[in-house]
Design a protein around this ligand. Structure first.
Ligand SMILES: NC(=O)c1ccc[n+]([C@@H]2O[C@H](COP(=O)([O-])OP(=O)(O)OC[C@H]3O[C@@H](n4cnc5c(N)ncnc54)[C@H](OP(=O)(O)O)[C@@H]3O)[C@@H](O)[C@H]2O)c1
Length: 427
């Protein structure tokens, strides 16, 4: 049987899961390709580090160029992470005629456009299934299975750490900081958690999905991002009482006029398919003009789930090599749709305001909302300690800039103690 040699850059969480799957399922994988996958070299930084998966010692190298420059290697899987040195190594591998598989969301979101063009013009494949939502096959779903659709909207829970934190806060009524430190001790959150809790990881992923769905370049910096640090246990309780769950939702909406791509903590009604995606699970909801609505749910990270996506890409690539058909799918992100400003978008909003418990406080706030064309769907006022009251508003669909302008004016009212939270509500 023909051998196809694969070189793997990185042998950490994802690299070791990838190698384990290729070893454990070798016979089935060979049968599915009609060729044998041989992991010929794996690059790491430290040869002495203990590894979860065993390899023949000579396979390991600390010199990535043993992979990018090896004329026998046909597929390079980049599983290092970050922009550099990953990007330089991938560019070198493409220049040397390799097909690329990567799990690297940051690299794909920031410089994937140029890398894909380079691979395409060399007639090589560039696959990136594992870069978004780990084991969930959302890239192939958008790029192939739904290729006959105009995708109208994508909404995803694409970061397992924040979903774990929000789920624990919902189940236990605990504060963000407490759940974060528990998540860190369990290994579900990094010691430096900003990339997850401030929304940047989700920002990379939704930029990739939007680019794929709308066939446009997406500048990551233009994706509006809001993390979850300011979500309080009180918001979670009030949202629950109103029949909602708070989730960190990455959304992309597209039309011929432009795209709206953003990451925000959002209230989801319990009937929304993403409302019950809990813990470290991820979920991606897609609305296409032909297919209608569909939702994929699964493990968004971890050695084997992410390895599953990488191995799927290696198999896809190997089949194309066997058929002499690499680089067959044209890369479509050749135009630049404008990014529409978030301020002009329409949504329902939830706002929680603390006021001095005085007559006419509610009326004063309602008047300001009315003056800014913000119409109210429901309002609940509750007495609180220290002669305060909490007022929770849910609006009808309103323009985002009108809500923010109204809340700024409300904040300045003498009777208002604080505007604690304002969040989007998705239906
Ligand atoms: N972890 C997940 O669940 C997950 C899920 C989806 C996507 N991803 C993406 O997958 C990629 C890999 O993540 P990971 O969690 O597997 O990372 P990781 O556990 O930190 O592994 C990184 C690997 O790269 C090696 N490496 C780093 N710099 C290198 C260099 N200059 N030359 C050679 N090797 C180098 C490291 O070597 P040493 O082992 O010697 O240190 C290590 O084996 C990232 O892009 C990440 O965003 C991860």
């Amino acid at each position: 049987m023909r051998e196809i040699k694969v070189g793997i850059l990185g042998f950490g969480t994802v690299g070791s899961g990838t190698v384990k799957i290729l070893q454990d399922n070798a016979d089935a994988i060979s049968a599915r390709i009609g060729a044998e996958i041989v992991v010929s070299r794996v690059a790491v930084r430290d040869l002495t580090k203990p590894r979860d998966v065993s390899l023949h010692a000579p396979t390991l190298t600390t010199n990535p160029q043993d992979i990018t420059d090896d004329p026998d290697i046909e597929i390079v899987a980049e599983l290092i992470g970050g922009v550099e040195p990953a990007r330089t190594l991938v560019e070198r591998a493409i220049a040397n005629g390799k097909n690329i598989v990567t799990a690297n969301k940051e690299m794909v979101a920031k410089v994937g456009h140029d890398l894909r063009i380079a691979a395409q013009s060399s007639g090589k494949d560039f696959f990136m299934e594992a870069s978004v939502a780990g084991g969930i096959p959302i890239i192939a779903t958008l790029g192939e299975s739904l290729a006959g659709n105009q995708v109208r909207e994508i909404a995803g829970i694409v970061n397992g750490t924040t979903n774990y934190i929000l789920t624990k806060m919902t189940q236990e009524g605990a504060a963000f900081e407490k759940v974060l430190s528990e998540a860190q001790s369990l290994g579900y959150a990094e010691a430096e958690p900003s990339s997850d809790v401030d929304g940047y990881d989700a920002q990379y992923k939704i930029a990739i999905l939007a680019s794929l769905a709308f066939g446009s370049r997406v500048n990551v910096e233009d994706v509006q991002v809001e993390g979850i640090r300011h979500i309080s246990p009180r918001d979670i309780v009030v949202a629950k009482e109103l029949g909602y769950r708070i989730k960190l939702i990455a959304t992309a909406q597209g039309s011929p006029n432009g795209m709206r791509v953003r990451v925000n903590p959002t209230l989801l009604p319990l009937k929304h398919p993403l409302a019950t995606v809990d813990g470290v699970f991820n979920g991606v909801f897609v609305r296409g003009d032909a297919v209608g609505d569909l939702t994929l749910i699964g493990r968004g990270a971890g050695s084997l789930p992410t390895g599953s996506a990488v191995v799927g890409d290696i198999i896809h690539c190997a089949r194309n090599i066997v058929a002499g058909a690499t680089g067959r799918v044209p890369y479509m992100a050749s135009h630049d749709l404008p990014m529409l400003p978030a301020a002009s978008s329409w949504s329902k909003f939830y706002a929680r305001v603390r006021v001095l418990d005085r007559p006419k406080a509610l009326a004063a706030i309602a008047t300001i909302f009315g003056d800014h064309d913000v119409s109210i769907e429901s309002v609940i006022q509750r007495a609180m300690p220290d002669e305060e009251a909490e007022i929770v508003w849910v609006t009808h669909e309103v323009r985002e800039q009108d809500v923010h302008a109204a809340l700024a004016t409300i904040h300045a009212l003498p009777v208002v103690r604080s505007v604690d939270t304002a969040l989007r509500v998705m239906e």
